[in-house]
Ligand binder design. Structure first.
Ligand code: PEP
Ligand code: MG
Length: 871
């Protein structure tokens, strides 16, 4: 019989896949002899089984849960529903990878009217007992039965108004008792039955709710963003409650062993007296700094510090812990490797190496490559920042610089961002439902909440700038306005926030690009030491190439030559070329283009300092470049000595029903060889010129022919490329060498790679087109239906962002296996978007690619991912 349930004493940290992170660590802390309220973990496999059984808990699992309850009652000496010593539990989710705030939690489970009375009597604290009960009804109704939170909050507000008080803590035991009654009545009116009184029934409901929450929309979004497979499922932890809300000698807190924002070594966290965990995390009350715990609970604080040290040494990583103090006694509720900003991650990794806790390889492996992205984003311009005066200050909850227009809701953030506006989301507090809005915004500013509030945790995870807890803001969310420093701000007004200092500025402060230095540089240095695969860049302009070099690119893997015509009035000659009707006309237009192309290529070679440069010949459907405005059509007609009508006829003739499969790629070179000849001349002349100035550089142009599906296409185009190149080299009296290769981006090219390798010096996988044509999904239109695919669980990721290793990957493997034996010198890379996606980079390393090529800002990400793949 499968084992579905483990007592904390039966597990350990290595059982993360089965017990989830929280469950495995609760077991590990138990093994370490730390003060952990005891309980049990229902496995992730039970969650998967729950879904397989049509969202129900089968008899075998149920029997094991009931058995675990009995054992737990034995260990704790308390019993569910007991009149003497009742057991209350928390029920929490815990996946393999932590997903803070994404799934559900239920506290104080096991309460009913009788138990409340027992607790009140035993503890001599009637107020506390009723407070627990009203919290439980509220949470259970919301999480398990999905009765909206707001109904209960309205009742609390009404009660506070009736009693003339402002804070929840000012309500008396009698008030809370009355509220509990009102809550139960609300429950009955919404659900149609009485609130459950049997603790076991409550427990089963809660466990199901946690399993169910694995599939809630925000968890699905989080998983997609963080590459967490749906198939993993969540475990459920049932743990004896420890009470932080039993009086002023009780409290609860969240702490990190190092600062999650900066990485500085030292205890960092927050604490609230007379409160339960949710109060800290939800940001409802702004908590005090952890150091203040020393005065309030000196003994528990000393013990807590020891626990922190033990855990950090044990896990050899920064820990994020939740704990409770009940009547001065410390209880550990959770520990995990803490989420951190990219900046903090780099500092912590370097510090752990310096402290002798980690090796360089381990430090490299600790950094999530995707997080580096935030460090590469602009920071405020130092001079402009110095000149600016902050108008307010909150907590610097997640570093970075953000400026944009104010919006007041997550929906608005999404909508405004979709139409290209940069926005800052300003909220009273955020909740997990706001995640898509938080993602769309440049930054997040909240009125309430501390460093561990939802907004702060989620923003750090996403690498978004966040300033939280600016209590000086007088917020009027309903009317979309707030007042700060005596000024009223409305939707659309400009604001800037600094997630490092917490400063808030009126207006837009300009930003500048980031640099790789300090710890970032150190980690990248280690990454380069351990990786074997090269990283190139996709760069079309000298400026992109220069940026990419700064970020560590070791070559250009793709220069899309068509992109070189977007600037200035270059498009004019390009349009003349497209709208030519004879070879002579076309050659005349090409003669104008040649020097411009040559100049660009020279700058690319200069920027790359002798590193390889792959230049891809013209690829796109020509009609993308034809003029649409009357004025431009007239201009073109005049230049060509044609009538407007003639030009319009040519434009109409270029129309295609399916341009992505139309007249593009090497098909252009087949129909108009003069285009490819011009490009060859430009590539070779540029290389010869730069080589003259830099004889020590190894300049060897790589000419890449796109969209080849048949060896004969490549042969045909290659013939005149080689003839042109050789003639240019001969005329210049040069000894320049060059290569001619092809993209593998049509499935047929992969299937016949043994043929193609006979003619190609290199292969470069164009996985954008290869994905498009393998799935038959238009890369321009897939966005329209992919969301439905996610909802239906057909896809977990966008195959245009994360490589489909099963299908597209199989074609890649096949092409390498077929191509290399035929041409052992063949070098192979990838230049589709996947070249900058960490999991795809890992796959590319595995199948033996020589390099990946990605956009300049993803070069450091690819360098790190390549190192992790090699370690
Ligand atoms: C590709 O198809 O993957 C590729 C890199 O080429 P493009 O995106 O320009 O079609
Ligand atoms: Mg392509």
């Amino acid at each position: 019989m499968a084992k579905w349930v483990y007592m904390f004493t039966e597990g350990n940290a290595t059982m993360r896949n089965l017990l989830g992170g929280k469950g495995a660590n609760l077991a590990e802390m138990t093994n370490l002899g730390l003060p952990v309220p005891q309980g049990f973990t229902i496995t992730t496999e039970a969650c998967t089984q729950y879904y397989e059984d049509g969202r129900s808990i089968n008899d075998e699992i149920m029997a094991q849960i009931m058995e675990a309850i009995t054992k737990m009652e034995g260990v704790t000496g308390k019993k569910f529903g007991d009149k003497e010593n009742p057991l209350l539990v928390s029920v929490r989710s815990g996946a393999r990878a932590s997903m803070p705030g994404m799934m559900d939690t239920i506290l104080n489970l096991g309460l009913n009217e009788e138990v409340v009375n027992t607790l009140a009597e035993k503890s001599g604290n009637e107020r506390w007992a009723w407070d627990c009960y009203r919290r439980f009804i509220q949470m259970y109704s919301d999480v398990v039965m999905e009765v909206g939170k707001k109904y209960f909050e309205e009742l609390i507000d009404e009660m506070k108004t009736k009693r003339g008080v402002k804070q929840d803590v000012e309500l008396t035991a009698a008030d809370l008792h009355e509220l509990a009654d009102q809550f139960k009545a609300e429950y009955k009116s919404k659900i149609g039955s009485d609130f459950p009184t049997d603790p076991k029934e409550q427990l089963v409901g809660a466990i199901k709710a946690v399993f169910r929450s694995w599939d809630n929309p925000r968890a699905n979004v989080y998983r997609r963003d963080n590459d967490i497979p749906y198939s993993w499922g969540t475990a459920v932890n049932v743990q004896m409650m420890a009470f932080g809300n039993m009086g002023d000698d009780c409290g609860t807190g969240v702490a990190f062993t190092r600062d999650p924002a900066t990485g500085a070594n030292g205890l960092f966290g927050e604490f609230l007296t007379n409160a339960q965990g949710e109060d800290v995390v939800a940001g409802v009350r702004t908590p005090m700094h952890i150091s203040e715990m020393e005065q309030k609970f000196p003994e528990a604080f000393v013990q807590f510090k020891q626990v922190c040290e033990t855990l950090e040494k044990h896990y050899r990583d920064m820990q994020d812990m939740e704990f409770t103090v009940e009547h001065g006694k410390l209880y550990m509720l959770q520990t995990r490797n803490g989420k951190r900003t990219a900046q903090a991650a780099l500092k912590i990794a370097c510090d752990l190496v310096d402290e002798g806790m980690r090796t360089e390889e381990e430090a490299v492996a600790m950094i999530d490559p995707r997080n580096l992205d935030t460090l590469l984003h602009p920071q405020f311009d130092a001079a402009a920042l110095k000149a600016a005066t902050p108008m307010g200050k909150g907590l610097g909850a997640s570093p970075g610089a953000a400026c944009g227009k104010i919006v007041f809701s997550a929906e608005d953030a999404v909508e405004w961002a979709a139409r290209g506006e940069k926005v800052v989301l300003v909220r009273l507090e955020t909740s997990p439902e706001d995640i898509t809005g938080m993602k769309a915004a440049q930054g997040i500013l909240t009125v309430r909440g501390g460093m561990t509030s939802h907004a702060a945790v989620v923003a750090r995870g996403m690498g978004s700038c966040c300033v939280s807890g600016c209590g000086d803001i007088a917020m009027d969310e309903e009317n979309k306005k707030f007042t700060l420093a005596g000024k009223e701000f409305h939707e659309g007004d400009a604001i800037s926030i600094d997630g490092t200092t917490g400063n808030i500025y009126d207006g837009l402060i300009p930003t500048v690009d980031a640099k790789i230095a300090g710890e970032f540089g150190r980690i990248m240095g280690w990454a380069d030491k351990y990786r074997t695969m090269k990283v190139r860049t996709n760069a079309d302009t000298p400026a992109d190439a220069k940026k990419a070099r700064e970020l560590g690119a070791e070559g250009i893997g793709l220069c899309r030559t068509e992109h070189m015509f977007f600037e200035g009035n270059r498009i004019d000659a390009f349009r003349e070329m497209i709208c030519s009707e004879t070879v002579e006309e076309r050659e005349a237009a090409l003669a104008k283009i040649l020097p411009e192309q040559q100049g660009d290529f020279e700058k690319l070679y200069e920027a790359l300092e002798g590193n390889p440069v792959t230049i891809r010949f013209l690829d796109p459907p020509l009609h993308e470049f034809v003029p649409t405005e009357e004025e431009d059509i007239k201009k073109l007609a005049d230049a060509q000595g044609k009538t407007v009508e003639q030009i319009k006829t040519i434009i109409a003739s270029l129309h295609e029903f399916n341009p992505m499969m139309g007249h593009r790629g090497c098909r252009l070179a087949v129909t108009y060889p003069e285009i490819a000849k011009m490009q060859t001349s430009a590539v070779i002349r540029a290389a010869i010129n730069v080589k003259k100035n830099h004889p020590d550089w190894n300049i060897k142009p790589e000419i890449m022919i796109p969209l080849v599906g048949d060896i004969k296409e490549l042969k045909y185009v290659k013939k005149f490329v080689v003839e042109t190149a050789d003639a240019e080299i001969k005329a210049a009296g040069s000894d320049l060498e060059y290569e001619v290769g092809t993209m593998i981006e049509i499935p047929r090219a992969a299937l016949t790679a043994d043929d193609i390798a006979k003619e190609a010096d290199f292969f470069c996988f164009g996985t954008n087109d290869l994905t498009q044509m393998t799935y038959g999904f238009s890369r321009d239109d897939a966005g329209k239906f992919l969301n439905a695919y996610y909802d239906a669980k057909i896809f977990e990721n966008d195959p245009f962002a994360k490589l489909d290793q099963v299908g597209v990957g199989k074609l890649m493997k096949m092409a390498i296996q077929l191509g290399k034996p035929v041409n052992p010198k063949l070098h192979v890379g990838i230049c589709g978007e996947h070249g900058g996606d960490p999991s795809s980079v890992e796959f590319c390393n595995e199948i033996g690619l020589d390099y990946v090529s990605c956009s300049p800002f993803r070069v450091p990400i690819a360098r790190l991912a390549a190192a992790q793949a090699a370690i």
